[in-house]
Design a protein around this ligand. Sequence first.
Ligand SMILES: [Zn+2]
Length: 97
Amino acid sequence: MHDYSIVSALIEQCQLHVSNHQANSIVRVALKVGVFSGVEPSLLQTAFDTFKLEGICRNAELKLTIQPLRLQCHDCGGDAEPTSRTIVGPACGSFNT
Ligand SMILES: [Zn+2]
């Protein structure tokens, strides 16, 4: 259900872009999904393929890119791409990230 509401909002955004740019169709929708966003890419793909059929995105391909979490520490300037969900600075342990 979560995925369907995301896709519904996404397609609404696409329709807005089409209106704003006097376009006729959409070929590709490129979406970046945060690795810890809680979004399951395959479910999002299925939801898109289902919802797109009746709208402006009916001929569009959904291109999903998984984005890593990036942290930058405001105290020491260190940065990292942690492999688990965290807000702690990688080098100094600060929460000021
Ligand atoms: Zn730090």
